[in-house]
Design a protein around this ligand. Sequence first.
Ligand SMILES: Nc1nc2c(ncn2[C@@H]2O[C@H](COP(=O)(O)OP(=O)(O)OP(=O)(O)O)[C@@H](O)[C@H]2O)c(=O)[nH]1
Ligand SMILES: [Mg+2]
Length: 473
Amino acid sequence: MARNSSSRAESGMIPSGDIIAAVATAWGEGAIAVVRLSGEGSVALADAFFRGKRPLRLEPARRMALGYIMDGGAVVDQALAVRFERGASYTGEESVEIHCHGGVYAARKCLGLFMSRGSRLALPGEFTKRAFLSGRIDLAQAEAVLGVVRARGDAELVSSGRSLQGELSMGLKELSSSLTALRAEIEARIDFPGDVDDAEYASYARGVSAIHEKTVSLLGRCRVGLALANGIRVAIAGRPNAGKSSLLNAMLGSDRAIVTDIPGTTRDTLDAALIHRGMSMTLVDTAGMRDIDTARAGADMIESMGVERSRAAIGGADFCVLVLDASSPPEREDFEAARAVSARPAILAMNKRDLGIVLSGADTEKLGNFIAAVETSAPSGHGVNELKDALFEAALGSASPYDGMMATERMVSALESAANCVEEAARALDECRGADIAGSLLSEAAELIASLLGGDASEELLDAIFGSFCVGK
Ligand SMILES: Nc1nc2c(ncn2[C@@H]2O[C@H](COP(=O)(O)OP(=O)(O)OP(=O)(O)O)[C@@H](O)[C@H]2O)c(=O)[nH]1
Ligand SMILES: [Mg+2]
């Protein structure tokens, strides 16, 4: 992989002398703003504007030097500068960082000076792309960088850090080499199929099953990482006055949505985010499901728009919470709401428990299938934590969020396909048939896994991955 990457660099995909520059810190007022340069000649470029005790090229690498950024005779800013040598920098190339005083203007001015002398503005993610192309990191690690940047909670940060450190890459490499070794062994026997006896098939099948187990375990951890990175979107649906907005407020611990005893209080959808057990959840409060035909004249149009939006919110959610007023028997509108959520995995919130539950098991059964049912009371907060737990478990199962490894949808889907290939290969061997089929399935799985490390990633794929980074990263 590293060999492949460096050959990209040597083949001229990173033009020598192509120096990229960007402000690496967020735009806005802050303590410092970092301007980054990368590419052969970065130090000489920095020295054209940096005045310290001595030129930056004479300073030891990776040591901060204090000086001034000069525009002709005028001081732009007092700054710290540091140089990194080729092979020992983030990008793997000769690089420089200038730490200006935080504020937009000085850093932008400094960037402008570098651009006036031949550097160009870096594309989004180009520093990290160069790190990948020079073989400093593989694709799984490069994508983990984005995970660290975007982490919103502890568990997500832990899972990104783990992938960044190379734990996922290591797991993938181990799988890849076990697959290759076993495939070679099996394929060597294909030339003599008559010689392969049942015991030998059984032994290969055991070997492949062991690899399958490892693939599934890695896949499970990646699914956790992906769920943490994506978070979940939860639509809170139900008939008017069931207590949807009250439950949303109770789950958030703040009065985000308006609550009244007038049915039809919520007209528009409202998003609010929370983090529960390290998982980010976006809750969407919706307008009550009302039978529009029976709605009051005059309110029809707004209500029907609200109901349309509720349906769209349900369609865009990973999970739904169907809120019922459990202190009264189900009504026509409860069935309407239950039908609307039926296409999504849904949890039943039997609300207004404090008023006494009259809803029976038979009633809830008639409403449909739910992954869990929780009794809640919005004013006291009873059951609210259980409701959040039920959502968490619906997303992660019994896995601990701290076992996750940051992964993208692409990774999870490639690992799923690889696991299927390996499983099929094990089955074929177990049934004492097709050593050649098993060999080609194992080879397909190995290719899928290699693609996650970026072995022969296409330019389009790399552009898609790094294009989602910010400029300067
Ligand atoms: N006793 C009791 N009252 C509740 C509970 N949850 C909500 N309420 C009351 O029920 C009424 C309606 O609550 P909302 O949260 O506005 O209901 P909603 O489902 O959002 O209603 P719409 O926005 O009209 O669709 C308010 O008077 C709330 O105080 C509960 O658990 N117990
Ligand atoms: Mg409401």
